[in-house]
Design a protein around this ligand. Sequence first.
Ligand code: PHE
Length: 488
Amino acid sequence: MKQRERWPSKLIFIFAAVGSAVGLGNVWRFPYLVGKYGGGAFLIPYILMLFILGVPLLIMEFAIGQKMQVGAVGSFHKIERKLSGIGLGAVLCGFVVVSYYAVVMSWCLIYFFHSFALKWGASTKDFFYDKVLHISKGVGDIGFISVEIIFALVVVWTLIYFAVWKGVKSVGKVVLVTMPLPVILLVILFIRGVTLPGAMEGIVFYLKPDFAALLDTEVWSAAMSQIFFTLSLAFGIMIAYASYQHESSDIAKTAIITSLVNSGISIFAGFAVFSTLGHMAAASGVSIAELAKESGPSLAFIVFPKALSLIPFAPFFSVVFFVMLIALGIDSAFSLVEAVSTVIHDRYPHIRKQDISLYVCVFGFICGIPFTTFAGLYNLDITDHFITNYGLVIVGLLEVWAVGWLYGVDKLRKYINQVSDIKIGKWWNAAIKFVIPVCLLILLTLTFLNDIKTPYEGYPQWALFGFGWLILIGVLLISFIFSHFSKE
Ligand code: PHE
């Protein structure tokens, strides 16, 4: 049998894992959640969830991949033939995510080119919606494909392809740049941010706790889903990456380092974002609370470009900001591709890895086309909501069930302790078997009840069905059928 590919070194594995975890979610999703859910008080559920959910799950995914020495589908197949669908569900969810994640990166690329001349001018909102997205009036009005976005998308997929084309061999080289570069750029933005007039008010807003917010269950479910998303859990990524480690490599310490570095970067990014918003609030007279309410796309493509244009050397800092976003996103994006190609390569080892990666990238590009239409942002928003709030959580739930109740937690814990410097106690068994499943079930129920009560963001039912439920049910159904017909 052919020897499995290996990471060139332990450090490079950590770089790759951190690179996947640290992404757009750290810089725009996390600060926005802090602003929305009680300022500094949000850090309490966030950190609790990091230790209750994030660290144990990451240890588990690393352990499965490394023990089984195959990607997500093969790993669950080894636990029990009929469970291979869990792995397939994970990579399919990942595939859906990467198809729109790449589109967001293509917006970043467009903004990068416009940064030199600050093309967005004073009205950043019109620029984003009209000039870049050509946004239509509603989700039913598809309009046409935005030519600029589709061109940028081709470039983004080309970059992704060349990062993964030789599997871990090329990924190992690329992450040496894509992991540290955005962190360095973030430090530059941080220093610029905190030295601006008005920065302090922004930071006070960021850290001032509103403990009353902790009584709201929504805050807790937001913390839970953020931990899932930010650590790239339940996508088969960490399983695939760990499968290229030697069976005797350390697990516990690596997982702890990855999770702490990832959350550390999120908290640090909060300072950069809020100090800049503080300055903008002081300069424009709009309150920080108002500015911080903008999430996701609006924060990065509307509020931030405006904030950047208010500071000296604006084009320089704009370029830094968008290069940072691209570098942040790219290693998360290619980790998703690598999770998919690992699974295919495990199954069809005679097909060359670079051919598999090419097919995955081309297919990912095609699946991204609906997100480049004039209704693309609406489609993206709906798909993202359903895949991250349901797909991920369902896959996570099935993963802990399979490991906790069928494979045997203690067996896996013994293996982890055999190879790790830091020994993990029996608490981990309880986390995998009871605590995490209960948390995830509660999260799932809360989101479901909420979605039933009020249609997500007021979108029409047919759109929520087409871009949300249908994709979700499709992923689950394909995985289920695959499991059912899975052979020895
Ligand atoms: N962890 C990435 C982030 O925080 C997002 C991501 C999720 C990337 C899942 C890949 C897979 O942005």
